[in-house]
Ligand binder design. Sequence first.
Ligand SMILES: Nc1nc2c(ncn2[C@@H]2O[C@H](COP(=O)(O)OP(=O)(O)OP(=O)(O)O)[C@@H](O)[C@H]2O)c(=O)[nH]1
Ligand SMILES: [Mg+2]
Length: 234
Amino acid sequence: MKIVVTGPYASGKSLLIHNITRGACINIERSGTTIAMDHGVADIDGMSVFMFGTPGLLRFRTMRKILSSGADGIIFVVDSADKESDARAKLFFREIAFFLPGVPCVVAANKQDLDEARPVDKLRENMRFLAGVPVIPCSAETGLNVDNMLRTLLYLTMMQWSSVFAKFAEHSGKPDGLQQLMRDLNMEREQAVGYLRRFELRKLLEVRLGDEQFTVRDEVRPLLKNPALLLRHG
Ligand SMILES: Nc1nc2c(ncn2[C@@H]2O[C@H](COP(=O)(O)OP(=O)(O)OP(=O)(O)O)[C@@H](O)[C@H]2O)c(=O)[nH]1
Ligand SMILES: [Mg+2]
């Protein structure tokens, strides 16, 4: 899965990726401010999750557009402790809805470890544009709720693909797997191959030469069949 982490300046995107990947990430920054990107890979129940953090300065819009391309899910990070950043959050929220319409999103209400952090009710009141999106209180500093937040997003993302993923799991390893996929999903070859390639890049499966066969990775097969397993953790 490809997850983009965006939101206003200094809301905690880089620290969040650092926490999620347990430090196995890069941050292209200058004096603590991201100027290009963060990148790291997390392993969630055997599934590779490719994390891309964006720069929070308004002028890096082109970079955010490039990083957002093809994302399967969005973590939108807001600073619960800094009311001043709400107006910038609104601009970023509009931007991501424009880059990635219809892509599942959760709001990470970050910095909940600080005394001045606003609770979720207050954040919803102050940022009306968050209506209809899950807002999850967390802390990139202490790790509070970070795993829950990511699992909630992955669940929403996988549910969006659930009919396709169920068929990936069903026809994995069959000699005529691609044909069966096309038939069950009522798709042209080009579209079915496009889906296989997309999720091959995300390391969910492997496509064989000639594209007639594909094999789902053993570790992820249970998740493809039943994404709710993601929520039964801890
Ligand atoms: N107390 C506390 N501080 C945090 C938390 N998350 C981030 N910070 C601090 O907030 C500052 C900004 O964090 P970053 O992770 O660099 O924020 P960013 O969103 O990546 O910033 P840009 O890339 O410049 O937009 C740093 O000093 C972090 O240590 C948190 O959950 N709690
Ligand atoms: Mg950053």
